[in-house]
Design a protein. Structure first.
Length: 259
């Protein structure tokens, strides 16, 4: 899906106009953010609902000044995030949209480590959003005022840091949130069920799953659980990832981890 708010980038013709491409899975949220930014003077905004590969092609075609993505989309773009200084992404800034309240600082710290240019929240008002887009367009960093206090608390906690290149599957240093997600995956819960259980958004859960799969080099979720158990990082109090009553969160028998 592709739609535009405000003047189209192809027809604006203004050198000072900031072209923003918004990619988010939630249609209502995506349209709302697009409207808030697009109705401000000096912006041309497009919104899309695409997977990472299709989104990269859209960026190459439209060449926005700023790519605003929710955390679930950002999880699928780590290589693209690191390649923004060249090719179609040259000169483009990338901003993450935090949809949880309070925000999941594990995700945001990881995005900051990867070099995200800015972070805004779904609760930010139009002046804050437009200021963020202008700031990152000028090469500055931006952090939503709503996140400041949460960030200070998070920085006081230990952080495992990136895995060394070539060190193979991760076998330690999971955060508490990652361990919670892994445990619930092992019990057979779906993304939506995990999100409800942890009181987080589905985007946040998908972000953690994407990171975990990359760190463990897992082929799928069953393989992810298997590798986590084998490494000793997921000490389950029940057999083969099943909950004590043998049922997963949907009331069906959990699938055993792969052999």
């Amino acid at each position: 899906m592709l739609s535009s708010v405000g003047t189209s980038p192809a027809t604006s013709g203004g050198a000072d106009r900031v072209h923003v491409l918004i990619a988010a899975g939630n249609e209502v949220l995506r349209a709302g953010i697009a409207t808030l930014i697009g109705l401000r003077p000096g912006f041309a905004v497009s919104e899309v609902s695409l997977g990472p590969d299709a989104l990269i092609e859209e960026v190459r075609a439209r060449r926005p000044d700023v790519l605003l993505v929710d955390t679930a989309v950002a999880a699928g773009l780590p290589d693209f995030l690191g390649a923004r200084g060249r090719g179609a992404a040259a000169g483009m800034a990338m901003v993450a949209l935090a949809t949880d309240d309070p925000p999941d600082m594990t995700i945001l710290r990881d995005l900051m480590r990867r070099g995200i240019d800015g972070i805004v929240t779904a609760n930010d008002q139009a002046p804050q959003l437009s200021s963020a887009m202008h700031a990152v367009r000028r090469g500055q960093r931006w952090l939503s005022p709503a996140i400041g206090g949460h960030l200070l608390d998070a920085l006081a906690e230990p952080w495992p840091g990136p895995q060394a290149a070539g060190s193979g599957p991760a076998e330690a240093s999971l955060t508490q949130r990652e361990r919670e997600v892994l445990t619930l995956v092992a019990e057979g819960l779906t993304v939506s069920q995990i999100a409800r259980h942890l009181h987080r958004s589905e985007s946040a859960v998908k972000y953690h799953l994407s990171n975990l799969s990359a760190r463990y080099q897992a082929k799928n979720r069953a393989h992810l659980v298997y590798l986590a158990i084998r490494s000793g990082e997921l000490p389950l109090g029940c057999r083969n990832g099943q909950s004590e009553n043998g049922l997963n969160g949907s009331g069906h028998t959990s699938v055993n981890t792969v052999r």
